[in-house]
Ligand binder design. Structure first.
Ligand code: ADP
Ligand code: MG
Length: 264
């Protein structure tokens, strides 16, 4: 029997590269941390990439602020060395970078890229070239999962970078404004060639019905607001090891299943 596309012959999941997008504050960083933690506890090798200006993924994973690495986009010397200026190298040498720049958090590894949106102009091109090469290298190097926490949408990523991602998770609050942003992000990503997508509604009330909005990806999870998280985050920015972890795991399973042909 042929092995489904996202399964290895062993029956284990084939690692994917996923990006997480959505309006500010909807829960992208939390969902990224939850998915990474869920996969890592299943024995998967997971790299999380923080591509936001807020750099909160490290904190969401429970890292003390002083241990969070300087974002790669701020390391202009390294970018110049690898990618060049003016005529940029589209296949920069990155083999040594993941190990050199990553922080280990339990079974997860965190790479802090920083915001490509904030890089602007030619710097955005260089940052994209580096991110694309890193994404390509990570998956080839040893079958790792890669989950990229984006600032908002995909519009700042180059087409090449978007096309090197296997799937897009669009997170939205249960509000029209947030859902419309989700639909816009989804269409843009589709136009750039990324059609494998899943919608995640976060902080949903008990009775929630998804309104009809053209262009939304299929819904993979409706996550409630966790009182445990609301209480915890006053004293601790980590979103992991919550009392609701089993419930969170079930949502993660549903999201991953959306990208693995339902075979999770
Ligand atoms: N389901 C949830 N229940 C309770 N609080 C949540 C939930 N999801 C996210 N939060 C909180 O909402 C805030 C914004 O979430 P975050 O993941 O940082 O959003 P984004 O990365 O999209 O800006 C954080 O303080 C986070 O802890
Ligand atoms: Mg965030």
């Amino acid at each position: 029997m042929p092995v489904p596309r996202f399964f290895k012959a062993s029956g284990r999941l084939c690692p994917m590269k996923l990006a997480v997008a959505g309006k500010g504050g909807v829960g992208k960083t939390s969902v990224t941390a939850w998915l990474g933690d869920y996969l890592a506890r299943r024995g998967e090798d997971v790299w999380l990439v923080d591509a936001d200006t807020a750099l909160s993924l490290g904190q969401a994973l429970g890292l003390p602020e002083e241990d969070i690495p300087v974002p790669l986009v701020k390391n202009t010397e390294l970018i110049r060395e690898r990618v060049g200026e003016g005529f940029i190298r589209l296949n920069p040498e990155v083999k040594d970078l993941p190990e050199r720049l990553a922080r280990k958090v339990g079974n997860l590894r965190l790479l802090v890229m920083g915001s490509i949106a904030a890089a602007g102009g030619g710097c955005a091109c260089s940052a994209n070239a580096l991110l694309k090469a890193l994404l390509a290298h990570l998956i080839i190097a040893g079958g790792q999962w890669v989950i990229v926490d984006l600032e908002a949408g995909v519009e700042h990523l180059g087409r090449g970078t978007v096309q090197s991602v296997d799937g897009l998770i669009v997170v939205s609050e249960p509000s029209l404004r947030s859902l419309r942003t989700a639909a816009t992000i989804s269409s843009l990503a589709k136009d750039m060639g990324l059609s494998r997508q899943a919608l995640v509604i976060n902080r949903a009330p008990d009775e929630f019905t998804l309104p009809e909005i053209a262009g939304l990806p299929p819904c993979a999870a409706v996550i409630p607001a966790f009182a445990s998280l609301a209480h915890r985050q006053i004293v601790n920015p980590s979103v992991l090891d919550l009392p609701d972890r089993n419930e969170i795991d079930r949502f993660c399973q549903g999201i991953i299943a959306r990208f693995t042909n339902g075979k999770e």
